[in-house]
Design a binder for this molecule. Structure first.
Ligand code: DP6
Length: 395
């Protein structure tokens, strides 16, 4: 049974017409992530062509608050969206689409009027994937809304699975099973907003996409990568901003270009091989192997962009300069540092916390000169999203 079927079955008797009126507030903070093995290429509906694995960041987060009211008389979702306190009609339209796409799994949304406030801890055009943190935070808020609604609307006809969840929620029990259910559903919902967002609902490292070698992996949601060897337990990510501003190619256009890329099949297979190797390196704490995969994956992503039709060159001369300096530095010092890139010119330096003092000095002395206005963002692997609940009122 697919997870989609499981969710739909669990909600079969959700009495959407019989809840409310009720209202509440939910708030979540969700980090962005940087992929080691990249997701590039998808098929409907938001199914990746290969599995991907990422590091969840710590400081680069989206904070989202949803004030909701449920009115049984409503027939469609109402939405007002504010980004950093200002109405944001473009985002609003995108979010409304996502809400429509997820209503099958969150049926109360049809009767909901939502006011969403959101803000990022990082500059909008810094090249950090804001869709991952934004869609992650939104999905977590929606799942929490569901939990609150279940708590407030106990009088209803339910099927077995819903009854079980309802009972657990009402008992205030938070067994591992409940948590697992909550985050899995949030990851599933986040994926429908943006593929990479599915991985952001978990801390440390997360894997999205089916892989024979990873028990429990799925194309429909991400899973946490456990255990991670202690050598890889503390990872830094410094994002060197070579070029701020809007992306040259949107992710959706980029994914679509893979459909006619002559190297696509080889690439999808390569991702599988890289993921198997990465699994070994994560288990054994092998930084050298980890960096090899990190860099190969980044360069392959860019190779795919170059070999599409039309082909795109997303790196800038400064990106290439940084890459060669990092390799020289690593060869000279033996420090555990490597680079990766998203579909843009900015370079993420990934390195071991233990070597951070020296590497930070190297960034300041040698790399900073290649950043736009000397700008970079220091981040690290983090613990994942957190509930901000009513603290989110200040957003
Ligand atoms: C290069 O998740 O932004 O960052 O599903 O269309 O929203 P959509 O795409 P998106 O693609 C991310 C691509 C990437 C690699 C990755 O994060 O795995």
């Amino acid at each position: 049974m697919s997870y989609h079927d499981e969710l739909v079955a669990a909600l079969k008797d959700f009495p959407s017409g019989r809840i409310g009126p009720l209202s509440g507030t939910v708030g979540w903070t969700c980090p962005s992530n940087i992929a080691i093995v990249k997701y590039w290429g998808k098929r409907p509906v938001q199914i990746p062509m290969n599995p991907s694995l990422s590091i969840t960041l710590d400081k680069a987060v989206t904070e989202t608050r949803v004030d909701y009211s449920i009115d049984p008389g409503r027939k469609e979702t109402g939405l007002s969206f504010f980004f950093e306190k200002k109405p944001a009609p473009d985002f609003e339209a995108r979010i409304l689409k996502v809400l429509t796409a997820v209503t099958a799994y969150l049926p109360f949304l049809k009767q909901a009027e939502l006011t969403v406030h959101s803000r990022n801890s990082f500059p909008h055009s810094s090249g950090i994937a804001s869709s991952a943190s934004a869609m992650g935070a939104l999905a977590l808020c929606l799942c929490e809304m569901e939990e609150q609604i279940l708590k407030q609307a106990p009088e209803r006809k339910t099927n077995q699975e819903t009854k079980k969840i309802l009972k657990q929620v009402q008992d205030g029990r938070s067994s591992l099973k409940d948590e697992e259910w909550f985050f899995r559903k949030a990851s599933f919902i986040a994926r429908l907003g943006s593929g990479s967002a599915s991985r952001s609902v978990y801390g440390n490292m997360a894997l999205w996409g089916e892989s024979k070698e990873w028990a429990g992996s799925s194309n429909e949601y991400a899973i946490p990568v456990i255990p991670v060897h202690r050598n890889l337990g503390a990872i830094r990510d410094t994002i060197l901003i070579v070029e701020s501003g809007a992306k040259k190619v949107s992710s959706s256009a980029g994914h679509a270009l893979m459909q006619n890329n002559p190297f696509a099949e080889v690439r999808f297979r390569q991702a599988g091989t890289n993921l198997s190797l990465l699994k070994e390196y994560i288990a054994s704490g092998d930084w050298k192997g980890f960096i090899e995969i990190l860099e190969t994956e980044a360069l392959t992503l860019h190779a795919m962009m170059m070999t599409g039709r039309p082909g795109y060159l997303l790196m800038q001369p400064e990106s290439l300069k940084i890459i060669s300096l990092v390799r020289e530095y690593r060869n000279g010092t033996g420090h555990r540092v490597g680079f990766t890139l998203d579909a843009g010119a900015n370079v993420h330096l990934i390195y071991a916390e233990e070597d951070a003092k020296e590497i930070d000095a190297f960034i300041g002395s040698d790399l900073r000169a290649y950043c736009e206005n000397g700008y970079f963002i220091s981040d690290r692997m983090g613990n994942g999203p957190s509930r901000t609940g009513t603290d989110a009122r200040k957003i």
